[in-house]
Design a binder for this molecule. Structure first.
Ligand code: PLP
Length: 406
């Protein structure tokens, strides 16, 4: 009889968004007269920018002509896109990254989830807490995280690095040396950031213990402060120890279009001198067929001056919402964090309410939906995430209602 991968049975259910959905549905049924506003979604709402659409239309037409048709894409990505990324995202920032160190994919979720496959089963992982759940769950599927303690909401073999208001949302270097260190900067869900100086410490520490930093920069385009690096390779030495995940989802609205990439510098090697670069090329080439030509042309267009202007306006729109949420909640007496370099606002729940108690209170009192912080890790308990991806009008309406409750 066949046996399944037992690690999957150890996974706790992913109840966060389904529980939210059920609670909202029940509320709507009980209050058909109320208009519910969601500030909970982590998905963009602005449409694809015209300059990018034009590039996609052109690429679609090319597919209809035998002379310009494209079949299987190169597994690792088309040269035109890898070159553009290396030039615009890295060399333009003084980072020494070559086009062949960039691996094109269909998004950062898959890359963040898949990358752990090329490491040994006994590698010890360290994660910020709270954080994007994919890092821990994908390592759990691989059997690297021990067993799950439902009471604590923690895995026995994961090094959790709490990020709370008490430590300014800056994780402490762990006492036990990890092998794989996941850093998300700007962080989802807290919207907070690590500065270049803080990252320098992480790079120094990773190099001293022979660890790899797996750096997720999915929200890079929202960074507004000068001391927050746009890529980890702005930090000296990072090229020797850090892999970077990037996405077109939040900078260009590609959550439905799907495009991302991983940067794997050639010099990162394990204790036996084996380079990650070759292994990831092997893995990617074996299990992935290359992002579609039309989508890679769309990605290339993201870097044109027209698209940069159009996308800059989209980011500015979301960040104006973020500023309005921060200011409005502060006026209403809340302690708020994030929302300056990221489209996420992280608030401390008032009066010692748990994250879920606050969820219910906000839904009942204001018909506003957000995301309980405890869904992102045990240190998220007592916090709540609001996102800036909605419309300006809904943000204003939601804030008016929240202020009315205070
Ligand atoms: N990384 C972080 C931190 C995210 O919040 C998200 C999406 O919400 C992703 C990666 C996934 O990005 P993509 O849409 O490219 O898969």
């Amino acid at each position: 009889m066949f046996r399944i991968n037992d690690n999957y049975t150890k996974l706790p259910g992913s109840y966060l968004f389904s529980t939210i959905g059920k609670k909202v549905a029940a509320y709507k049924q009980a209050h058909p007269d109320k208009r519910v506003i969601s500030l909970g979604i982590g998905d963009v709402t602005q449409p694809i920018a015209p300059a990018i659409l034009a590039a996609m239309h052109k690429a679609v037409d090319e597919m209809g002509d035998a002379a310009t048709f494209h079949g299987y894409a190169p597994d690792l990505g088309y040269g035109f896109l890898r070159e553009t990324i290396a030039r615009e995202d890295y060399r333009a920032r003084g980072c020494d990254i070559d086009a062949d160190e960039i691996f094109i994919s269909d998004g950062a979720k898959c890359d963040c989830g898949n990358f752990q496959e090329i490491f040994s089963d006994d590698c010890k992982i360290a994660v910020c807490d709270p954080v994007y759940p994919v890092y821990v769950d994908s390592n759990a599927m691989a059997g690297r995280t021990g067993s799950y303690d439902a009471g604590l909401g923690m895995w026995t073999d994961v090094i959790y690095m709490p990020c709370t208001a008490e430590n300014g949302f800056v994780p402490e270097l762990p006492k036990t040396a990890p092998d794989l260190i996941y850093l998300c900067n700007p962080n989802n869900p807290t919207g907070t950031t690590l500065t270049k100086a803080q990252l320098q410490e992480w790079v120094g520490s990773a190099k001293s213990v022979g660890a790899v930093i797996l750096y997720d920069a999915a929200y890079e385009s929202y960074i507004s402060e000068a001391d927050v690096p746009h890529t980890i390779y702005e930090v000296p030495g990072a090229v020797d120890c850090a892999v970077e995940f990037r996405s077109f989802s939040k900078n260009a609205g590609f959550t439905g279009v799907r495009l991302g990439f991983v940067v794997v510098p050639k010099g990162i090697k394990d204790g036996n001198g084996v380079a990650l670069h070759g292994l990831w090329a092997r893995r990617h080439g074996t299990k992935y067929n290359g992002a579609p030509y039309i989508i890679q042309r769309a990605g290339e267009a993201v870097y044109t001056p027209e698209a940069r202007t159009q996308l800059g306006a989209q980011v500015a729109y979301y960040m104006a919402n973020a500023a309005a949420i921060r200011d409005g909640l502060t006026e209403a007496g809340y302690k708020v964090y994030g929302g300056v370099n990221a489209p996420y606002i992280w608030l401390k729940t008032p009066d010692g309410m748990s994250s879920w108690e606050f969820f219910d209170w906000l839904l009942e009192g204001a018909s506003v939906v957000g995301t309980p912080g405890s869904g992102f890790g045990p240190s998220g308990e007592g916090y709540f995430r609001l996102t800036a991806f909605g419309s300006k009008e809904n943000v204003a309406e939601a804030l008016g209602r929240i202020k009315g409750m205070a």
